[in-house]
Every structure is written in C-alpha cells, then in structure tokens.
Design a protein around this ligand. Sequence first.
Ligand SMILES: *[C@@H]1O[C@H](CO)[C@@H](O)[C@H](O)[C@H]1NC(C)=O
Ligand SMILES: *[C@@H]1O[C@H](CO)[C@@H](O)[C@H](O)[C@H]1NC(C)=O
Ligand SMILES: *[C@@H]1O[C@H](CO)[C@@H](O)[C@H](O)[C@H]1NC(C)=O
Ligand SMILES: *[C@@H]1O[C@H](CO)[C@@H](O)[C@H](O)[C@H]1NC(C)=O
Ligand SMILES: *[C@@H]1O[C@H](CO)[C@@H](O)[C@H](O)[C@H]1NC(C)=O
Length: 505
Amino acid sequence: MLSFLFILGVLTIDLNICNGEYYAITRNPNLLDRWASAEIELVSKLKISSENISSMAVVTRYIQDFDDAFQTLNDYNETAPHRESSSAVTSNPVAVYRMIRRLAYQFPDLRTQVKPLDEGLFYRLHDNVRLETKDVQDTIAGILRILHVYNFPPSSFAEGNFGGVETGTKLKGIHCYEIGREALRLEFYTLSIEWLEVALVKARNDSSIDPGLAKSLLDVAILKHDEKLDSRGYYDPYYYNQKLVPILHYPNYTATRVKQRDVLEYYYSRVNDTSTWYLNLKFTAICSRNSIQTAEEKSHLFCWYESKADLYWLIGPLKMEFLAKDPDIVQIYEIIGERQTEDLKKTVEENLRQSSVVDSSPGAAPGAQMVSNIRTSVNGWITEYSHPTLYTVSKTMEKITGLKVIGKTASDAMQVATYSFGGHYEAHLDALIVKGFGEESAGERIATFLYYLEEPQLGGQTAFTEGRKWVANKWIRYFDQFSNRRCGLQPVERYRIPANNDCIP
Ligand SMILES: *[C@@H]1O[C@H](CO)[C@@H](O)[C@H](O)[C@H]1NC(C)=O
Ligand SMILES: *[C@@H]1O[C@H](CO)[C@@H](O)[C@H](O)[C@H]1NC(C)=O
Ligand SMILES: *[C@@H]1O[C@H](CO)[C@@H](O)[C@H](O)[C@H]1NC(C)=O
Ligand SMILES: *[C@@H]1O[C@H](CO)[C@@H](O)[C@H](O)[C@H]1NC(C)=O
Ligand SMILES: *[C@@H]1O[C@H](CO)[C@@H](O)[C@H](O)[C@H]1NC(C)=O
C-alpha cells in the first residue's frame, strides 16, 4: 500500500482546557473584524459626542484605553475608513486582546450609562454576542501559545516586539499581571513567572497595577512551580529544569534558570519516536529554530523546474522544491492565482464553522467529529461539482501529482480553513488510521495537497503570531489510484515525488 505521511500543522501547548466541547467565538476572524470596525466607529462617535457624554468617566476611561492600545499600532489609521483600520487591529494579538478585554470588562458599563448613540452600533458590539471573561482568557491562551511555540520572551512581547518585529502596540502592568495570572491558572509556570516579573517591573512605573499585588502573585507562582516540579513524573516543557527558590538570590537569577523546553528540545529533536510527546517537542524545536534537519538530510534537498510530470508543463514548468524527504514534502510555487484564491475564500466565507477533529474517544461512532482545543481554525468545504474554480484547481492538482483527484472516491472535498492570530493545529497525521470517512470505499489518505491562500506577516508555517492565514487542502485517497499508478512490490511503500518523472515506472 502507498503510504504518505504528511505531518502538517502545529504544535501547541496543551492548555489543560477541558476536553470535549469547547467553543471560542474569538477564533472566528469574521467576528473579530466586525467587532473591531464597530468599536472604531463607536469611539469616533464618542469622541465627537456632546460634552455631557464625552466628559463621563466611563467614556474617558474607554477612550483612553482605546487610544493607548491603538494610537501607535502599525497600519492603524484613525482617519481611514473603519473597515480598513480594523484589519490592523485583528492582525495583532496584543491589539485583539486589548479590544476583547475592553468589550468584556468596560463596554457593559458604557452601554448602561451612555444612552444610545446608535442602537445598531451597540447591537453589533454587544447584544448579539456578549463577550465575557472566558473570551479574554481565550485570547490570552492565544498569546501564551505564541510565546511558547516561538520561545519569545514576555519582556519584549509586552513592548510590542514580536520576534524582532516592532508592532507598535504595548501592554501595561495590569495586562502583564492578568496574563501571568491566567498562565498560573493553566499551570504554565515558566510563562506565568516571566509575565509576573514583567508586571512587577511595569508596576513600579505605571499605576495600572499595585506592585505589592504583582510581587505576591509572583511568589505564589514560584512556590507552586517548585512544589509541582517535585511531583511531576516526567519532564514537562512548562517548567524550569530546577527549583527556583534556591537560586532566587544568586547575583544573576535570570541567567541561571533554564527552561526545560530548551533542554528537552535539544536532546530529543533527533529521537526517532512518533509518540505525541516527542512529536510536540519536535514541533516546538522546528518553530523556534526553523529547522531540525541535519546537514546530511539537507544535502538531499533541491529545487527544480518540473516539466515532465505532464505535457501541460512542457512550456511553463512547475517551480518545485523539496522541503523534506521520506516522507516527501515539496513546495510548489505560483500555482494558484489571486482570482482563484479570492474565489475559494469567498465561497466558504459565509459558511465558516469551528473546525472539528475526528473523535477517537472510546465509544464514538465511526467518523464522528468533535470540536476540540487541538485545532482552532474555522473552515468550510467545497466540492468540484458545486464549484467551477475548484474543478480547474483540482485538474491542475492531477497534472502535478499524476494522481486521480476528481471523482467521488478519489479525494475528500476541498477544505478551506482560516486561522486567526495564535491559531493552531496540534501535531497530527492526516492519515485516518481510525475507520470512518468512507475509509472502506475510498481507501486511506495517501497524500495531502495544501494551498496557502493567504500568509500572515509572521509565522504561518505552523503557529501564527501575526495576521491571518488561509489554507485549502485536498486529501487524495488510495483506491482510485489503481488505474493511474502501478502498485509497488512491497506491501508498505511510500508515495514519492519524482523529479522530472525520473522514477515513475
Ligand atoms: C446634558 O446636560 C444637561 C444639563 O445637565 C441636560 O439638561 C441635558 O438634557 C443633557 N443632554 C443629554 C443629551 O443628555
Ligand atoms: C490615513 O487614511 C487617510 C484616508 O484614507 C489617508 O488620506 C491618509 O493618507 C492615511 N494616513 C496614513 C499615514 O496612511
Ligand atoms: C518609566 O516611565 C518613564 C516615563 O514615562 C519612561 O521614560 C521610562 O522608560 C519608564 N521605565 C520603565 C522601566 O518602563
Ligand atoms: C544577567 O544575565 C543576562 C543574560 O545573560 C545579561 O543580559 C545581564 O546583563 C546579566 N545581569 C547582570 C547584573 O549580570
Ligand atoms: C526510524 O524509524 C523509521 C521508521 O519507523 C525506521 O525505518 C528507521 O530505521 C528508524 N531509524 C533509526 C535511526 O532508528
């Protein structure tokens, strides 16, 4: 049987949020857009409202926080149309956190005290979806995920520096405190301690948080870390590699402590083990170091112009590049146009749903789906028969892979998904392994074809720090390929990408 393991997606931190049904509205990029543009409109109305309104404490407080968060935000333009400025907000994790926080904690008061400026506007911001503490927690979880996956230090992140990119938005002491407190609740000790340290430094300078409060929670976090470190039976990337209390008073405590994730990644990135625990460690290693391939492995990778996969490519060859071998991963450049990508996005945009994963819990029906914290995108499905653009796109896929893609059992419908900031999909296999999804009639998934329809400014291969990512993918099935490709002689064989068809029998 051909087998093509294609691991895509992302490691994330397992945030210990309950299993099973988990729905976070803040994951929906369309809703984020709507809130952001409605809030910008609201604030611009508040700013020009009558003296009675604009002098109310609840209003000035709201406007102050809004201006503090956005005035220096890159690409944010107060005089541009609201819809345009909103994308500056929704593509920045700190700006989103501050917006969701205002809408959850400050907006209800504003709503009660300020008599309607504009009912429709209030409705868009509040009455159809009420944001609550859990939504603020969800955006914090996104921030923690980004910091963990990319190993960014909270101290520079709080200053709006994401991995060397200045984004122009900052956090105040109170925000750092809240993030540290939430990390502590999630038992994510390394990040909790680092955030509370930043909060403490900021508290000495800004009045948003009392330094005594920050210090006492920091002490709790350090003590809990040390206490739990002992009771852990295995290495866990949310801890330091030693107790902190004994080193707290060293001349340079910060330099002395070492995160367990750094130690683990270093030792385990080369271990040949596919258990989830190792896979997750390798994913963090890939995200924070770009690659864990050895020089020997890299020496087998190359780029080429593919002209023989199909006569069609004779004049305009494909630009291809091996990213990895065994299993083969190739990147193909410039195969989908702007008109087609916009078309695919638009087709699913109105029907986006929270993505689900196969439910493999004991007792689940075959092929049953569940919403889970493993995967935070929203997605929609398109078939060749319902959509002419996809028909063309799938035809091209056939000419590239030499595999049958169009046909009821040849491949799954195209999945179009979008991830907003901090979105992720944990390390996973696309192969079904469990029965379901017509596995009996269509066969196993042997290859994944993944299109990048829109890439964020930062991140995106795996976890996403800034901006929004759109992908579309096709899973190609086994049984329909019998007429296109000869079976191998080995019972277990991988589908290999031939360079200029050299290895096609
Ligand atoms: C503004 O305040 C004045 C005096 O307190 C009051 O008469 C008036 O009705 C208020 N206007 C609004 C729009 O609330
Ligand atoms: C802000 O938007 C306005 C209106 O679209 C435009 O005229 C102006 O040049 C923009 N400013 C910047 C700094 O982009
Ligand atoms: C404290 O605030 C002052 C003035 O606002 C600023 O110049 C300084 O950089 C701040 N220090 C820290 C540690 O943030
Ligand atoms: C502590 O260590 C950090 C990181 O190595 C270094 O940047 C800093 O200067 C050190 N501070 C002192 C007081 O030695
Ligand atoms: C790693 O695993 C693969 C497949 O499971 C196996 O073929 C290979 O020999 C292993 N390599 C090492 C160094 O153990």
